[in-house]
Design a protein around this ligand. Structure first.
Ligand code: LMR
Length: 432
């Protein structure tokens, strides 16, 4: 159809729909019907996390501070393209000779190095070929396609998720068809993990159930399972038969690339089955390139291969094939000793900076004489911690100080810098 769409002003006025009808000229007529499909659609409120970016952007306060969405920021407040990524992009631009589809599972180099980063080539599941890796559009894409795969294979599957968890876990996993159950996790008063209560609740999880675990840098609370706790989870899973589903979005931003997969590697060595959704958004700064991976560890090589093929088939039904750019960069960087070293060093810098900011924030709040112990922030890992403020206090921080944070009082520590630290500390002291 060629032609110019002439949209009358009345289009937005009433509960009627226009039918687009070609006429003899070079335009369309519209005919009203009373069966409007979209007239009863309600507007969604802004996303509780992503919506903060737009609000921050529109705020004209020169002192505004963005502690909302979980993206890494440098001292200047920018979310930079990592140096190794820039170099790899340059190289890729020169050598890429086609934009045809990539393999459904993803590029070989990406898959090989993802598996090594997650489990390590010496891992028993890798040696036994019981691990299948598939490229996915970001960590969220990986979570979703893995959840869809399980829900379609076993309708009615339950997934136990931590309370609290990343706000988007609930709709993302629920609308994939999994039945959600919460397990107690963070003690807001004591600022630690309610491990006994967690394990007590997980006694209800058995064969055919999934248990979602944050591999490291828990989002939103920053409180990670210690080694003993991971061991206890592994024991429980072995005894009761549930399958861990690990969301690994921050590998390298907690204690280190290897340290941050302690739990994953342990579970994958002790248990017959583990699912992982990993992300390269944060540790490669590839947020907009949507680069992540699904890893399925199965009891046998044949089951891993079959499960991988089902993840690929599920993806084909959902979004067909994965995006190529980010995966090509990750593969190139991890395959080149020089680039890999440069990336590792920058990631270490990022991790150290976040940990340094945690210490500085705690020290400044103490020096300010704030009548509350914030030392827990220093013990937590990754980008996030709760400030432990009420919704009213959060509203004040946003409304009166233009300090943007999630309603739960979750802050992105990486959004703090030397220029805004005093302003932030004074504002927290004031609202308290
Ligand atoms: C966050 O939690 O802020 C990030 O994971 C970004 C997002 O998509 O919510």
């Amino acid at each position: 159809m060629t032609g110019r769409m002439q949209i009358p002003a009345a289009f937005a006025a009433g509960p009627l729909v226009y039918l687009c009808m070609p006429d003899l000229g070079n335009s369309f007529h519209f005919q009203f019907t009373d069966t409007a499909m979209f007239q009863t659609i309600e507007r969604r409120p802004p996303d509780p996390i992503l919506g903060l970016s737009a609000a921050y952007k529109n705020d004209t306060n020169p002192n505004k501070v963005d502690l909302g969405v979980g993206v890494y920021k440098d001292e200047a407040g920018n979310c930079p393209v990592m140096k190794a990524v820039k170099t790899a992009e340059n190289k890729l631009w020169q050598i890429e000779d086609s934009k045809s589809y990539i393999a459904q599972a993803g590029p070989e180099l990406f898959l090989k190095h993802s598996l090594d980063l997650l489990l390590g080539n010496d891992h028993v599941a890798v040696k036994d070929k019981r691990a299948a890796t598939v490229l996915a559009p970001g960590g969220s894409g990986a979570l979703r396609v893995a959840a869809e795969f399980v829900a379609r294979s076993y309708p009615g599957t339950r997934i136990f998720v931590s309370d609290p968890t990343w706000a988007n876990h609930i709709p993302l996993l629920g609308s994939a068809g999994l039945k959600l159950e919460l397990y107690p996790y963070y003690d807001y008063a004591a600022h630690n993990i309610k491990f006994d209560q967690m394990m007590d609740k997980l006694k209800q999880a058995g064969k055919g159930d999934l248990v979602l675990l944050h591999g490291c840098c828990h989002n939103p609370c920053g409180a990670d399972l210690g080694k003993d706790m991971w061991n206890a989870v592994a024991e429980a899973a072995l005894k009761q038969g549930f399958t861990p589903f690990i969301d690994l979005a921050y590998q390298g931003l907690g204690d280190g690339l290897v340290e941050d997969v302690y739990g994953l590697r342990l579970l994958a060595s002790k248990l017959p089955e583990v699912i992982v959704a990993s992300s390269y958004s944060k540790n490669f700064g590839l947020y907009r390139e949507r680069t992540g991976a699904v890893l399925i560890v199965a009891e046998t090589a044949a089951a891993a291969e079959a499960s991988g093929s089902q993840v690929i088939g599920t993806a084909r039904e959902m979004y067909s094939v994965p995006p190529a750019h980010g995966a090509a960069l990750v593969g190139m960087i991890l395959d080149d000793a020089g680039l890999r070293g440069e990336w590792d060093a920058e990631l270490t810098e990022m991790r150290d900076r976040i940990n340094g900011l945690r210490a500085k924030l705690v020290a400044k709040l103490k020096a300010k004489g704030v009548n509350r112990d914030f030392s827990f922030i220093q013990n937590e890992k990754g980008m996030f911690s709760f400030l432990g403020l009420t919704p009213e206090q959060v509203k004040k921080l946003i409304g009166e100080y233009s300090i943007y944070l999630v309603g739960s009082s979750r802050i992105n520590v990486a959004g703090i810098n030397n220029a805004n630290l005093d302003y932030l500390v004074n504002a927290i002291a004031a609202v308290l």
